[in-house]
Design a protein around this ligand. Sequence first.
Ligand SMILES: [Zn+2]
Length: 274
Amino acid sequence: MTTVELVPLLAGEVALTARFEYAPTGPLPAERTLLAQALGVRRHWAPVPAFLLRHPEHGDTLVDAGLDPSAERDPAATLGPASGRLFGWRVKPLRPQLDALGAEPRRVLLTHAHSDHVSGLGQFPGIPIVLDRREWDATFARGSWLNGYVPRVLEKRLTLQSLEVEDAPAYGPFGHAIDLFGDGSIRVIGTPGHSIGHCSVLLRTAGREVLLCGDAAGSERQLHEPRTSAIFVDRAQSLDSLNRIVAWHREHPEALVVPGHDPGWTAWHDRRAA
Ligand SMILES: [Zn+2]
């Protein structure tokens, strides 16, 4: 049974209002959250994670590309005007971290194409990206920057392996999953709702299964009291994806489920690094 080695990475941090990870109930949750974000209500630093997956035959895969090094001093340059202005950013460039590990990513698998997951791609020129086709299309839709996409980062990517996730068969409680290498070690799981083609990544490591939620679950709290985060393209679909993650975890209590931007992740990452 083929397994991968998982190396958690920290690509930086983003200053978020607490409502981001746990949307307020009632009408206009996204709009109210963006107002709280703009006013700086209860901001805290949340991690921007990335993950290195080391496969014995297929080499290194980077999951999400984190932040471009310029994002700290000039966030609008690679994060776009919306993300650049609304949030505060701290950057930990991924390239030196990977070099220190002797890693050579052969592909970057993107959970989705929001700016805090793709803007760091400039550190990996020429390396193919793997992305749900719907996310690729959404990136180049008119006005996509208002939804957190950064077309100018992705338009330079000539090598794209697009995934037709919505055509893939079901896997457990999940509606669609693609077995990336055909050996069960890395599965790309359709968890749409936060964005139109959002995917989570299910791994088999030597010790246990690990589900990298991406932004389908932004915080640990959402896994215990399912409620969407404030950012979604389809709220019902986002909640449905979250409920499927919770259902999968109930069936696999020994597995590790990693939310996308939980402040606890930073401490967990630092402990492992120590
Ligand atoms: Zn996102």
